[in-house]
Design a protein around this ligand. Structure first.
Ligand SMILES: Nc1ncnc2c1ncn2[C@@H]1O[C@H](COP(=O)(O)OP(=O)(O)OP(=O)(O)O)[C@@H](O)[C@H]1O
Ligand SMILES: [Mg+2]
Length: 435
């Protein structure tokens, strides 16, 4: 530690403030210690200290700043400024009192922090000094077993209010507070860690349950395919085989006897194709995701008596086609379910699907939106059946995509939105093609 620089003085020396005798100070320190007892969070602890300290060290603002790695969090009494109201911890580098926090000065004392250049360097987070008119200030480190865990600061709006004589006293107060705040920091860290762990466990559990549901779904799908093959195709083929057997056995061949056989064969082929298409989106392999989606929209919504129009827009700049096949299949399945849901539940007149490549800094995202203009989606909690939606969520999480289903903001139906960070080769490839 270097020696502290001489304090900046604002004007002419003032007559010394009346000060308490050593015994009275000692009693007051005990009072502070009592006031601290039972305070279980930083904010109430600093407030309790401030109230007691006012008797022996009058101040307009008090703060305790606690280090967390290379950041710090401030707790204030007297006035609440952006030092503590800021939502995130602030970097130590930007703290006006970083020399104390970094152990480069044993303390800081100033007669007027608004003019003192030590508080105003490039990137300093010092605007609360001006906002609150904090002029005279003392800053001392909070030390626990030789380690700086933060700083204790006392400020007055009156210039030159604090003097050298106040510094040892402020350090006594800080030494008394330090173990207490250290314990609070440890308990806060433990609490945050416990929350993080619980959230991690819940995420893992959610994913495990989702994957289990998908496996069950797959199993059901297999059974359904088995039944379809058995009830439709196998039944048709068996009938056909019997007819062919009869012909083989010598039944006279009339010209119109071949017609039903040919149409039964056609039907069999059609049914088989549907079953296979359903089980595995071959079209994805043959044509890629965009064409696969367009093909599906046509098959699902054209004809068959539906009055639902559809529109497909592909601004993906071909970035989707370098994605791994399982990933494309997962995205396709999500689009399929969202479109089926819109068609079955929303009573829409139009379903729109958009595929977009969106630049995001150095990287890029694939955004997929499925919109309908139907009756709208109530919250998930109000639904009795949510299997399809849960599967969409799980599939999205398994491939690292963000999934959202909600009523459209313009109030005209439902929006399902997927965002997938693109791997570098997918982001580069389309950028290369554009160039
Ligand atoms: N686009 C939409 N518009 C209006 N309501 C919707 C829409 N999508 C889903 N819903 C509602 O959410 C419910 C849950 O959808 P989900 O896909 O989970 O189940 P499902 O379609 O009813 O059955 P499954 O998909 O398991 O065959 C639906 O029953 C429907 O009430
Ligand atoms: Mg559904």
């Amino acid at each position: 530690m270097t020696k502290a620089a001489p304090p900046i003085r604002s004007g002419e020396p003032k007559p010394a403030r009346p000060r308490l005798g050593a015994e009275a100070v000692f009693r007051r320190l005990l009072q502070i210690s009592k006031a601290l007892a039972g305070q279980l969070d930083f904010q109430t602890a600093i407030q309790a200290v401030s109230d007691e300290l006012a008797h022996i060290l009058p101040h307009d603002h008090l703060d305790v700043c606690i280090l967390r790695r290379d950041q710090h969090v401030a707790y204030e009494a007297g006035a609440h400024t952006d030092w503590s109201l800021n939502e995130r911890p602030l970097p130590v580098e930007g703290s006006p009192i970083r020399v104390v926090l970094l152990g480069q000065a044993p303390f800081l004392l100033t007669g007027d922090a608004m003019r003192d250049p030590r508080f105003h360097f490039d990137g300093a987070f010092s605007h609360p000094i001006f906002a609150e008119g904090l002029r005279s200030r003392i800053h001392v480190p909070l030390l626990v077993r030789g380690e700086i865990i933060g700083a204790f600061s006392c400020s007055s709006r009156m210039p030159d209010f604090f003097t050298d004589e106040d510094v040892p006293f402020a350090q006594h107060v800080a030494d008394m507070l330090a173990p207490y705040f250290f314990a609070l920091r440890v308990s806060e860290d433990t609490r945050l860690l416990a929350i993080e762990e619980a959230e991690g466990r819940a995420r893992e559990e959610g994913l495990r349950e989702g994957a289990l549901r998908l496996t069950e779904e797959l199993e059901r799908e297999r059974q359904r395919i088995g039944m379809d093959l058995h009830d439709l195709t196998l039944a048709d083929l068996t009938r056909l085989s019997r007819r062919v057997d009869r012909l083989r056995a010598g039944e006279a061949l009339e010209p119109d006897m071949l017609e039903p056989i040919a149409s039964a064969l056609d039907r069999c082929i059609r049914e088989l194709r549907e079953i296979i298409d359903d089980a595995r989106p071959n079209v994805l392999q043959l044509f890629g995701l965009a064409d696969g989606i367009e093909d599906f929209l046509g098959r699902a919504l054209d004809g068959g008596g539906t009055q639902i129009a559809w529109r497909f827009r592909d601004d993906s700049e071909a970035c989707v086609d370098v994605l791994e096949e399982p990933l494309r299949v997962a995205l396709f399945r999500i689009v399929q379910e969202a479109v089926n849901n819109a068609a079955h539940h929303a009573e829409p007149s139009l379903i729109e699907v958009d595929l977009r490549r969106e630049p995001c800094g150095e990287e890029a995202h694939l955004a997929i939106e499925i919109r309908d203009d139907g009756i709208g989606f109530a919250s998930l909690q109000q639904r009795k059946r949510v299997g399809g939606i849960r599967n969409m969520q799980t599939r999205a999480r398994l491939v690292g995509a963000h999934f959202q289903i909600a009523r459209r903001t313009d109030g005209r139906g439902t929006l399902v939105a997927l965002t997938l960070p693109l791997p570098p080769q997918a982001a580069d490839r389309s950028a290369g093609e554009q160039a």
